[in-house]
Each structure stands twice: as structure tokens, then as C-alpha cells.
Design a protein around this ligand. Structure first.
Ligand code: HAM
Length: 419
């Protein structure tokens, strides 16, 4: 036997038994996108490495350690092409916004996408090399009302997929005016304790001291005593943050302040938030996260334009739904169309008629005995069997109760199975 080829490490197949959960999260996401007036955008799965390096920052994990490189065909001009699979969607969406001059459209623009992202990370529970996100972005709105709207939208998504106890953690990490002062304060504080920092943090301390705060190896007392971003905000950032909190409070949207929440990508300014199941706030547990990126459009070559968005991890959302044993809607009742003998044409005609009426149908394509066909229909999860006889005569069998009605018409079948 030939040796077996398995899926690449850190990737998963989506098996039919998992589809009810995936269908639920995707349909909730699409329906919320519609109700919140987002328009769909799609960008390529791979982009130039420079886009990510510039957009997410050279020192972000996504760029420094986790880039999945893509090259052109062997021997082609682009064999060593500087491309990478997208680790996240925001940089690509902002690139498209600039490239297509979308700033001339009546703004603010509200864009959304659902799709796979790729990070070459060490795989473990809830952390994959290919995972899916539902992403929303609002470009051209400085907030703070839209910030509140997005935190509220995140909450609504988790509630509508059936999760309970999801909390938003919230922070403000300032802007170009006040972040330098905060960075200096962090460097000064952590430099005095450098020997207690992990290797990663020591390396990052002077390049990106904010990231030291979310190092999971940071000793708790050092984390607790560290300068807090909210104490270093300039007047404009402070007012923005206060207004956001006031809106969330008035709307009754639950959140907790988290001074260590700095996000892992460099484009963030001001508002930063993440969603967790209460009590599961550890690393790799975030169900989703986002924030404001007021400098990103300009950084990528566009006219200055504020932006904010979030990405919800669909894989982790589904894991949480499994843990909370969220009940999923049962599949629409399946009807099997069976018949004795070789009259497949009749079975296909009946199946076609039922499908036209919106019924899910699985015709039996075999010439087995009727008893065998009934057995496998029940095993395949059919709720009803339509037994096609000679001419136009049909019987409808309830596979749960075993009751059978002879001489039914297509209309009667449709009416019975749609009840
Ligand atoms: P992020 O926090 O890097 O943000 O990712 C968002 C979510 O994607 C995470 O909260 C998590 O649920 C999921 N996720 C990330 N990495 C993995 C992984 N390796 N395996 C499984 N799930 C994962 C962003 O990507 C930003 N683009 C969000 C954003 C949009 N900010 C502004 N606009």
C-alpha cells in the first residue's frame, strides 16, 4: 500500500459533522455584517512581504517569526518572490482601499470579510497555522462612537452564536503624541528589572517595550507595578477613551479594563480590545481582538485616514461553543427517495420535484432490495422515505415511527415533510 499523506501540521479538515457549527458562525457573521451595513471585500491570500513588514511591524511575531513565505514556480523570474500568505486581513484591506482610491467613496467605509489566515506558529489547542477570521473594518471614522459600536457588535456576535460569559477587555495605548512618553516610562521601568525578563522581552525592550507587557513569562509583580498606558494618555486620547467608556456604559455593553492589553501588531493606536470567555483570559485564548489604527493608511502610502476594526477567530469561537455545549439547529429534515427495481428515472424525477419545492433529497441510486434501501436511508439520517412504485404511485414513510401512507402526491409529501 502507498504511504499515507496527512494534512500539514497546524491545519485541519472541516469534516461534515463539524459543518453545523461552521454554518452557524458564518451565517451569524454574514447576517450581522448586513445588519451593521458592512460591504464585502475580498483580497488575495498572499501579498508582498513588505506590506506586512510595514503594516504589522518588523518586530511583531506575525512578521518576525510566523511568516509563511510564498515563491513563484521553480526557474521562473519570481522563484524568490517576496510574497507571504496573509497572517491577518487588515493590511491587505487597507492596501486595497488605497490602491483603488476608495477614499473618494462616501465614507466612512465599512468593509468585511471571512476567510483563512496563515501564521507559521507552533501548533497547539486553539492555535493553528491556518485559521479563519471574521473581519470588519471601518475606514474614515475617528470615533469614539464607532469604537463603541464595534465592541457592541463583537458582543452581539458571540451572543448570537450562542456563547455566554464573553467579556471584552479594553485598553487605550495612546497615539503618536503620547505613546513615546509611555514607551520611555516602560523602558525605564523594565530596564531596572532587566534580569527578570525573558529573553524575548529583553530583546524587545528597546524596540517595542509595549510587547513586554503581554509576555506570558513576565512575573506577576513586575506586570502589576508597570506603568499603565491610561496614565500616560494625552488630552485628546484621554477624552476619546473616556467618551468610549461612557458610551459603552450607557449602552450596557460589558467590558473590563486591562492595562496589559497592548495587541501584537504595531499598527494600533488608542482603542485596543479583545474578547474572552470569562475566566479564560490566558494567552492563545482570545476569541477575537481589534482596535484603532489611525496611522496605518498613511503608513501604507494613502491619504491620512483613521481606521478601526476587529478580527474574530472562528476556530476558537467554535471550540468555545463545543465547550459550552451550544445546541445547534438540527438539519432540515432529509428525504430519501427509494424505489424497487431499476427505475432510476422515476426516482430522479420525484427527487427533482421535491427539490424544486425546497426539500433536501437524497435519492438512492442502487438497485438493492427496498428493505436495504430503507435501512441505509435511516442510517444516513433521513427522516422520511418516499417510495416510488410503478407509474406515478408513491408512498411516504416516516422513518422515526415507521408509519406509511400510500398513494400520496408530491404536494402531500412536501406538506408532510415541511410541517
Ligand atoms: P489578532 O488578534 O492577531 O488580530 O487575531 C484576531 C483573532 O484571530 C484572535 O483573537 C484569535 O481568535 C484568532 N487567531 C489569531 N491567531 C490564531 C491562530 N494561530 N490560530 C487560531 N486562531 C487565531 C488581527 O488579526 C487583526 N487584524 C484584527 C483587527 C482588524 N484589528 C483591526 N482590524
Amino acid at each position: 500500500m502507498a504511504s499515507q499523506i496527512t494534512a500539514p501540521r497546524g491545519t485541519r479538515d472541516l469534516r461534515p459533522e463539524e459543518t453545523p457549527a461552521w454554518n452557524r458562525v458564518e451565517s451569524v457573521a454574514r447576517d450581522l455584517a448586513r445588519r451593521y451595513a458592512f460591504e464585502r471585500i475580498e483580497t488575495p491570500l498572499f501579498e508582498r512581504v513588505d506590506l506586512f513588514a510595514r503594516g504589522l511591524g518588523e518586530s511583531s511575531d506575525a512578521v518576525e517569526k510566523e511568516m509563511f513565505r510564498v515563491s513563484g514556480a521553480k526557474g521562473s523570474e519570481e522563484e524568490a518572490a517576496p510574497w507571504a500568505l496573509r497572517p491577518e486581513p487588515t493590511a491587505g484591506i487597507v492596501r486595497a482601499f488605497i490602491e483603488h482610491g476608495m477614499h473618494v467613496r462616501p465614507g466612512p467605509l465599512r468593509l468585511t470579510m471571512i476567510g483563512p489566515m496563515f501564521r507559521y506558529d507552533r501548533p497547539q489547542a486553539g492555535r493553528y497555522r491556518q485559521f479563519s477570521q471574521w473581519d470588519v473594518e471601518v475606514i474614515g471614522d475617528a470615533g469614539p462612537a464607532v469604537d463603541a459600536e464595534l465592541v457592541e457588535l463583537g458582543h452581539r456576535f458571540y451572543a448570537e452564536v450562542g456563547l455566554t460569559d464573553v467579556v471584552a477587555r479594553l485598553n487605550s495605548i495612546g497615539d503618536d503624541a503620547c505613546r513615546p512618553g509611555y514607551r520611555d516610562a516602560l523602558i525605564e521601568y523594565f530596564a531596572a528589572h532587566e534580569s527578570r525578563l525573558s529573553e524575548d522581552s529583553r530583546r524587545r525592550l528597546r524596540v517595542n517595550p509595549l510587547r513586554v507587557l503581554d509576555d506570558k513569562e513576565l512575573p506577576a509583580d513586575l506586570a502589576d507595578g508597570a506603568p499603565r498606558g491610561v496614565d500616560h494618555l494625552c488630552v485628546a486620547c484621554r477624552e476619546h477613551f473616556d467618551a468610549l467608556r461612557a458610551l459603552l456604559d450607557a449602552l450596557g455593553v460589558r467590558y473590563e479594563l486591562d492595562h496589559r492589553l497592548v495587541r501584537g501588531l504595531d499598527y494600533y493606536t488608542r482603542t485596543a480590545f479583545e474578547f474572552y470567555v470569562a475566566g479564560r483570559e490566558g494567552q492563545q485564548q482570545a476569541l477575537g481582538g481589534g482596535g484603532r489604527y489611525d496611522g496605518l493608511v498613511e503608513l501604507l502610502g494613502g491619504r491620512p485616514s483613521p481606521g478601526i476594526g476587529f478580527g474574530i477567530g472562528l476556530d476558537r469561537t467554535i471550540l468555545a461553543m463545543d465547550e459550552q455545549e451550544v445546541t445547534l439547529p438540527v438539519r432540515a429534515p432529509l428525504v430519501a427517495v427509494l424505489g424497487g427495481g431499476d427505475d432510476h428515472l422515476m426516482r430522479l424525477r420525484v427527487a427533482g420535484g421535491l427539490r424544486e419545492a425546497g426539500v433536501a433529497v437524497r435519492p438512492d441510486g442502487s438497485s438493492r432490495r427496498l428493505g436495504k434501501q430503507l435501512e441505509s436511508a435511516a442510517k444516513a439520517g433521513a427522516r422520511w422515505a418516499v417510495i416510488v412504485g410503478e407509474g406515478d404511485v408513491m408512498a411516504l414513510k416516516d422513518l422515526d415511527s415507521g408509519a406509511q401512507r400510500d398513494g400520496v402526491s408530491i404536494h402531500e409529501v412536501v406538506a408532510a415533510v415541511s410541517e
